[in-house]
Design a protein around this ligand. Sequence first.
Ligand code: SPV
Ligand code: MN
Length: 627
Amino acid sequence: MEAKVNEILKDKCVGDGYEKLLKINNSRLQEFIVRFVELCNPEKIFVCADTPEDIKYIKDKALENGEESKLKMEGHTVHFDNYYDQGRDKKNTGILVSRGTNLGETIETRDRDEGLKDIHNVLKDIMKGKELYILFFCLGPANSIFSIPAVQLTDSSYVAHSETLLYRPGYAEFVRQASKARFFKFVHSQGELDGRKTCKNLDKRRIFIDIAEDIVYSTNTQYGGNTIGLKKLAMRLAINRGSEEGWLTEHMLVMGVHGPKNRVTYFLGAFPSLCGKTSTAMLDGETIVGDDIAYLKKKDGQVRAVNVEKGMFGIIMGVNSKDDPSQWKALNNPGEIIFSNILVTEDKGVHWIGKDGEMPPKGYNHSGEWSTGKKDKEGKEIKCSHPNARFTLSLTTLDNLDPKLSDPEGVIVGGMVYGGRDSDTCVPVEEAYDWQHGIITKGASLESETTAATLGKEGVRAFNPMSNLDFLSIPVGRYINNNLNFARDLKKTPLIFSVNYFLKSKDGNFLNEKTDKRVWYKWMELRAHNEVEAIKTPTGLIPKYPDLKRLFKEVLKKDYSMEDYDIQFMLRVPENLAKIERIKEIYQTKVNDTPEILFEILEEQKERLIQAKSKYGDYITPDKFLS
Ligand code: SPV
Ligand code: MN
């Protein structure tokens, strides 16, 4: 480091922060820090070296500066985001691309030169008078082929605190790897805050991803999905790196499904936000490795996966004691939890949409002082909590944590599941014929009705391949191709399934109860070991009635009727054909470099559907396919 630059860091670092930085012998890291300290101009710098004292310093700061407040229960705090900053801001999130690069129209991009100029203007002196926190993490377990070191600069103690719960410590890894570290970099500033400690300048909200330098910028926002660098921001960098190196980054939960004789089979599951991903990862009777992001690599001819994170930023809406016993227990006991955008009651308790018990008539929430019937500026009724209100905790708080969470080898993947919010097309659970059929008809064809996890209109059916569209930094066609090729040289290929928790009857009622999904996973686990048979239909392989009847009884103590089975597993030909047309059209018109095999497999599926229709009509119960 140059002498002048040394002086800047030395002056600004509190405590022994400067010495902590010097211990990491990596000039690229130091240059990066100096560059953004000079630009953002914080008054002081705190360097977190992951000691209990350092972590406590950050937690205390969040309370001291009002980004979080204490709640009644020991260890619980609450944070609020601005009323208009409650979800991922897709419009203002862009991948910076050099002129001539085209990622296709489904991926938001910005011209790199202009984007960098713009973000540098926004960042200039943005931390004046504020404290900058520098934190080091490791994405994936430490000492593993999966590990990626990452450094976060932020002026938000809430973001810093959240990350200490969500990610594995990385300071020691930076010291160990020294100049060899190929690390990801994140620069965040919440900008000016209002009296409620929420962002004031939402018009200057930016989330820019610079693949060329492995840097992500985030400004004038606090919502976790926009700010917690290691979460969805790092995903874009990892997808790009994996694409170059032959591995995958997926928007997937990782869970242990417990089969007969204490057997545990690991499953991955991709679901768009607010479509039951966390509640699946937390299924009663199973064990959780992760609920959001997985890295997949191949070793000895098998697919292995790790949870990139070690905590949970989970949706709280609808969490109740009956459907979600493990989450309920964690949320209702002392322990370190950050609640965000929930209702705080007068006695500093918390409430949310769908919680057990009566809703309090008033309190404090993301809109300020709140009472039943309150409306916002647009005349829309404000619920007690935001639908995207969340809780942040470390997975060690949970009683259903899988012992393999931090296994450097990852877990061997037995099955991969894709699911979206689909009221009228796909059956509750179905296996693909093989990897290619699964990647194309289940993963690449995933659609979901939009939710409150992103800003904008809800309930619109949206294309979302592998539930990963929002996070892609490479063209969709290339991404699909990477997925297809991934299985090429495997000795044992994971099975691929689709699930649909949201199927409705003609009169608009859900055809399944929330807890039914427990049965689907037990069935998939048996399929992974070839212990139950399946019925071949034009869209895939579905369960046989007697197997489900037995599993419903064993798992849920429920009598599962043939009528329920027939209506749930009925093949809906017109809806399936319409879906194929929608998907084909998107890949033909909006996606670059779509692999030809995608159209072939969809065409074959269409042919099978047309044939079945000519024989049995539009709506076909499973018995017709029993041979
Ligand atoms: C999601 O929306 O998919 C989440 C939360 O997991 S966020 O951090 O906003 O991405
Ligand atoms: Mn997610």
